[in-house]
Design a protein around this ligand. Structure first.
Ligand code: NAD
Length: 330
């Protein structure tokens, strides 16, 4: 039974409505706020489940948590279906379920594909806003898959960048990034990885690589690196030695050392969890973040369920306010 938009019930916010109501600014605010809440202990993520289901080569799982500050309780459920592209579908599929923290009642069902892309871009943008040098001029991107264009657009808003440089394993995929750069009115150059490092003030890595693509010796003093691709055991994008050189920040320390980019440095004894600062501490002013122009800062963006819940909560509020949500009685 369909009810009025403003009536209580199960609110449904499909993918197309998420795209209409969540822009980069609202995603940034939601993600920055939840990182702040996590660092204060007001919000916490529950252990992540991710399993190969033994069918369709699919990986399926849940990311969930509770944000007492934002009153967001819920779960993002979904995963990776490698055969989807042939069916005209996105390989990554997810849906976000929100519950009333007072009653446990299911309150909203929100498409999670677009929101995953924008909340991941927002995470990286938050790290640049708080950790990159103010005079950063060149932005480097390693990777040119689905997520890379989102990262580029969100990052480009954080500093007065004058040039984009990029590398991808298959260079032809860089065309999509070049088009975004052109749209932003910025020059774009395809370079090898060492040259990307040599020219960049800010570098984003957003690949599915399982080996170091950037070496410690290549990174210039003063660089900010946002490692965004590693979200599973075994993936790797940068030299583990970089964790001994850089000041290391993350969305969540527990994920950073287990499934994030820091896993390799921890395994090699180059880093302990005490060496990693939650970015929420920087947002909250508890940690000074970047303290010199020469310091290399590294953000290990592992992707937490609370980010999904934060943007989904905002999407529900905006969709209901704009009359774009459907509501059904359960
Ligand atoms: P995608 O499949 O569209 O693109 C994958 C990218 O990785 C491409 O640029 C590809 O060329 C590159 N790549 C693959 N194998 C490589 C290798 N061995 N060496 C170098 N480059 C390689 O994926 P996507 O949606 O753009 O996501 C990129 C990565 O980010 C994935 O690993 C994904 O799991 C991860 N991710 C992280 C978060 C987060 O919150 N941290 C969120 C979404 C996606």
């Amino acid at each position: 039974m369909t009810t009025e938009n403003s009536q209580p019930g199960l609110v449904i916010v499909p993918e197309d409505v998420c795209k209409k109501v969540i822009d980069r600014a609202s995603a940034f605010t939601a993600v920055e706020s939840v990182f702040a809440a996590m660092a204060k202990g007001d919000a916490y993520n529950f252990p992540v489940i991710r399993e190969a289901i033994g069918y369709a080569d699919a990986l399926y799982g849940f990311k969930s948590g509770f944000d007492r500050a934002g009153m967001a309780l819920g779960v993002k459920s979904g995963g990776y279906w490698p055969g989807n592209a042939e069916k005209g579908l996105t390989n990554h599929q997810s849906t976000i379920f929100l519950f009333d923290p007072d009653t446990g009642k299911l309150t909203a069902l929100v498409g999670g594909n677009y929101l995953t892309a924008v909340r991941t871009a927002a995470s990286c943008a938050v790290s640049i806003a708080h950790l990159a040098r103010k005079d950063a001029k060149t932005l480097g991107i390693i990777g040119a898959g689905h997520q890379a264009s989102f990262q580029l657009r969100a990052a480009a808003e954080q500093r007065q960048f004058e040039k984009i440089v990029a590398w991808n394993k298959s260079p032809e995929r860089l065309d999509s990034l070049a088009a975004v750069a052109a749209d932003l009115g910025l020059p774009f150059e395809s370079l090898d990885r060492e040259q990307v490092a040599a020219q960049s003030d800010v570098i984003i890595t957003i690949t599915s690589a399982h080996e170091a693509l950037l070496l410690n010796d290549w990174i210039r003093p003063g660089t900010h690196i946002a490692c965004m691709g590693t979200d599973t055991r075994g993936k790797q994008e940068v030299d583990a030695q970089l964790f001994a050189t850089a000041s290391v920040f993350t969305d969540e320390v527990a994920q950073s050392i287990s499934i994030g980019e820091a896993q390799h440095a921890v395994d090699q004894g180059l880093l302990t969890q005490d060496d990693i600062t939650p970015i929420g501490d920087v947002i909250n002013g508890v940690d000074g973040g970047r303290t010199s122009a020469e310091q290399i800062t590294l953000f290990d963006g592992t992707g937490v369920g609370l980010q999904d819940l934060a943007v989904a909560t905002t999407a529900v509020e905006l969709a209901v306010a704009k009359g774009l949500a459907t509501s059904v009685a359960l």
